[in-house]
Write a new protein. Structure first.
Length: 345
């Protein structure tokens, strides 16, 4: 949380992108100039869809926490949560940071763990449920066939998707079971596993994690149906808006039919699941690479221009926002509160 060190992952992420652009033999200045050919109305629409998504995030975190967070606190939590996701590998994410953020905003450990775990479960369930639906609706058009890459796209990418999907599904089902069904049984399982000789050094962590799961589970017991309807609906809205933003950007460069937009939406769901296995900060490099493979058949010469717009709206603003608001948040939750304590003393 040292504001002076946040530029390391920021520069790393940007460096990967610039390297990919520099090493692309087909990159020309004319392709970069195509950015200015975007239809302004669709770019503006994409921006508003993105703002709607962030508003959905604010609404969901306030609803999940039972409005224990103010709108200001919710804003800081979401911005810094997105920032932490942008500067850590996708496979790691910003979950641990999110728990810390909620703790510093005044929630106890049990509630912080419960709300972050619930958010992760909801997001993952969106992928688990949506992926089979879009595969069916897209009718085999999700995995594109590109010249010279037929083998990769038709075989390896599908296997990578299947592996990612299965891992996400298993992880989510385990979290769901632990949080909502048998938290004490989950703790027993952790202790049983760590009783194996070569795993014993993690036994104390397993015991602690088991207690945390039980604590988190108690915070979500007894919630009414209205609570669940609101947070599930807001989750669907958030992720739909995230994907529809790219639909708007692609419409700014090329004519798309209703069928095209369905396939574009479907490919984003599949691409996102594949990107969750990325080892780079915020999927830098990985996202740009897969974007080209998934959407070049729709965009042609406008692929690079759309790619730049897509990352400029969906990724880099959170790096900038994090760099701006992290120091403000640190002063807000550390120094001001410490100053109040000293005055009272």
């Amino acid at each position: 949380m040292n504001p002076n060190k946040i530029w390391v992952p920021v520069l790393l992420g940007l460096g990967i992108v610039f390297y990919l652009l520099y090493s692309d033999p087909d990159l020309t200045f004319a392709q970069l100039r195509l950015v200015v050919e975007a239809t302004p109305s669709f770019v503006i629409l994409a921006f508003f869809v993105l703002m709607a998504r962030d508003a959905g995030y604010l609404y969901r975190i306030r609803t999940i926490t039972g409005k224990r967070l103010s709108w200001t606190s919710s804003f800081y939590v979401i911005i810094l949560w997105e920032f932490s996701s942008a500067v850590t590998p996708s496979i790691v994410g910003g979950t641990a940071v999110a728990v810390f953020l909620l703790l510093k905003e005044g929630l106890n450990l049990g509630r912080s763990l419960a709300y972050v775990m619930l958010t992760a479960i909801l997001d993952n369930f969106f992928f688990i449920v949506t992926a089979p639906m879009v595969l069916f609706l897209a009718n085999g058009e999700v995995f594109p066939q590109m010249i010279g890459l037929e083998s990769f796209l038709s075989t390896d990418l599908k296997y990578l998707f299947i592996i990612s999907y299965v891992m996400i599904a298993l992880y989510t089902l385990v979290m769901f079971y632990a949080l909502f069904i048998r938290p004490r049984a989950f703790k027993w399982f952790l202790l049983k596993i760590t009783s194996i000789r070569f795993l014993r050094k993690w036994r104390s962590q397993a015991y602690e994690h088991g207690d945390e799961i039980i604590l988190a589970s108690t915070q979500l017991a007894g919630k009414n149906s209205t609570y669940w309807i609101k947070i599930i609906a807001s989750t669907i809205f958030i992720w739909s808006a995230r994907y529809l933003m790219l639909n708007c950007l692609m419409a700014a460069f090329t004519d798309t039919t209703l069928r095209d937009n369905l396939v574009i939406f479907a490919r984003q769901v599949i691409m996102w699941i594949v990107m969750l296995m990325s080892p780079t900060p915020g999927s830098s490099g990985t996202a740009e690479f897969f974007f080209n493979k998934f959407f070049q058949d729709y965009l042609g010469n406008y692929t690079l221009a759309t790619n730049i717009f897509w990352r400029a709206l969906s990724y880099y603003p959170y790096l900038i926002a994090g760099a701006i608001f992290l120091p403000k948040w640190v002063r807000r939750v550390f120094f001001k509160k410490e100053g109040k304590v000293k005055v009272e003393q």
